[in-house]
Design a protein around this ligand. Structure first.
Ligand SMILES: NC(=O)c1ccc[n+]([C@@H]2O[C@H](COP(=O)([O-])OP(=O)(O)OC[C@H]3O[C@@H](n4cnc5c(N)ncnc54)[C@H](OP(=O)(O)O)[C@@H]3O)[C@@H](O)[C@H]2O)c1
Length: 263
């Protein structure tokens, strides 16, 4: 038994995959792993920004951050990515963080079908197929003492009702929360633990462009009176992926300054 923080929360020398790691919450999560000695793979569709970010993070934290440019909203992209990781990491992968996501806001009366397809493909279908196709790689690393982990990035909009008309987004985030439990039940016997994080507001392209990058109104509405920081979300993800989180299964934990549970 080791209860000192350095081993209880360690992710040193682990291999982490963070989808959508080129900015926003994915960048925060990748940074948390790198700062604590893990090797990290990040993905995105915009190649230049992705490569720049991987270089920047590797220089900042001194670890290995490997970019892979891919569209994960379709099965071809998922297969291509899994093949790349299988070739790079034949011994397996410790953590899969299904973070890449998309939102779509539009008035109810004319909300389009494309706004459902884009969001459901990336926010629900893609995490399912990534988890399915990463299973062998995750199972190689996981054992009963030290299981491998999947962390799905959901949203508080999948728990409570949002202010904006983001119908497919809220449905997709509720879906990933329930899918997290279903996948957890399926994979726990293979020493793969599946959990989710439901973030509140964080500085990102997705939220920022909806509020002209002025978060003051949102911050005021949050019980903690601020939006989330990299420490908030990376800390929770590190807990879920370390020894400390090895008995937490199928859970969705809010990281929202009290937006869901203290209002
Ligand atoms: N920010 C918030 O306040 C907030 C709150 C609750 C939940 N979340 C969730 O947190 C996750 C990250 O969101 P974010 O706010 O950080 O968003 P973001 O700033 O828009 O970042 C999204 C990331 O995903 C990548 N991505 C988008 N579409 C992709 C695709 N088809 N294939 C592969 N990668 C793709 C983006 O890069 P490319 O565009 O180059 O592909 C980028 O790296 C999402 O699941 C979101 O729903 C965010």
């Amino acid at each position: 038994m080791s209860l000192d923080i350095s081993s209880l929360f360690s992710v040193e020398r682990k291999v982490a995959v963070v989808t959508g790691g080129s900015r926003g919450i994915g960048e925060m999560l990748a940074s948390g792993f790198l700062a604590n000695g893990a090797k990290v793979y990040i993905t995105a569709r915009k190649e230049d920004a992705l490569n720049l970010k991987a270089k920047e993070l590797a220089e900042k934290f001194g670890g290995e951050c490997i970019p892979f440019c891919v569209d994960l909203s379709n099965i071809e992209g998922v297969n291509e990515f899994v093949k790349f990781i299988s070739d790079c990491e034949p011994e397996g992968v410790d953590f899969l963080i299904n973070n890449a996501g998309a939102a779509w806001g539009h008035p109810f009366e004319s909300f389009p079908e494309s706004g459902w397809d884009k969001v459901m493909d990336l926010n629900v279908k893609s995490p399912f197929f990534l988890t399915q196709k990463f299973k062998t790689l995750l199972a190689k690393k996981g054992n009963s003492e030290d299981p491998s982990r999947v962390v799905n990035i959901a949203s508080i909009d999948g728990i409570r009702l949002p202010l904006m008309e983001t119908f497919s987004y809220t449905a997709s985030k509720s879906a990933i929360i329930h899918l997290t439990r279903h996948l957890a039940k399926t994979l726990v016997k293979d020493n793969i633990i599946v959990n989710a994080i439901a973030p509140g507001p964080f500085d990102s392209h997705m939220l920022g462009k909806a509020v002209n990058f002025d978060y003051s109104f949102i911050a005021e509405s949050i019980p903690r009176k601020r939006i989330g920081s990299p420490e908030d979300i990376a800390g929770l993800c590190l807990y879920l992926c370390s020894r400390a989180g090895a008995y937490t299964v199928g859970e969705t934990i809010t990281c929202d300054g009290g937006a869901v549970n203290a209002t």
